[in-house]
Ligand binder design. Sequence first.
Ligand code: TMP
Ligand code: MG
Length: 212
Amino acid sequence: VGGGVEKRGALIVLEGLDRSGKSSQCRALASFLRGRGQAVEEWRFPDRTTAIGQMISSYLSETSELDDAAIHLLFSANRWEKKNLMESTLRAGTSLVVDRYSYSGVAFSAAKGLDFQWCKTPEKGLPAADLVLYLDIQPEVAARRGEYGVERYEKVEFQTRVASHYQAMRDSTWQIVDADQTVDEVQQVLREAAQNVIDTCKSGRELLRLWP
Ligand code: TMP
Ligand code: MG
């Protein structure tokens, strides 16, 4: 426990291809942690409740078209508009379980052909995740799951490119979780990893920024 190193909540991010099970797992993980008496909030990006989020939502449902760079920057702005609240919440000791973050931003835009480094630039300065739980699933397996193909990007060929860009962002904060297991099996792995990082941050860990 380093003197001066802040005691705070943990920023835990779930990432993965569309239909990898992130949303259900996030919900289950947050409610498990709360049941254990932890201060935890469940967040998601895009946050479709803001004005920017509504533009993103209509783009995703294919009711509007936007230039690839413009939508990329909107996804990023949607994180920046939540940055202060994210930081103050963490500093108040509450952990965040977040469904998608900057890694989605980069992986999906780079999969369209935008330059990988250019895609990372607008994310620079946002809080870095303490733990990225990557729900690893083959695009063909995800495609067999319910409601696949409803939104833009839910196509196997595109998701295969997304997966390769996710790969390029792996670092020591990432834990790869086999998502082709039962919901309970996946949840078990997430719970253990999340509890560990929450304990670490609680005893003091510097809040880093993207990209470390
Ligand atoms: P969702 O299904 O988790 O709500 O995400 C909607 C889609 O938006 C999903 O296909 C991933 C994509 N996405 C981006 O392209 N860039 C981003 O920054 C984020 C957060 C999501
Ligand atoms: Mg989706």
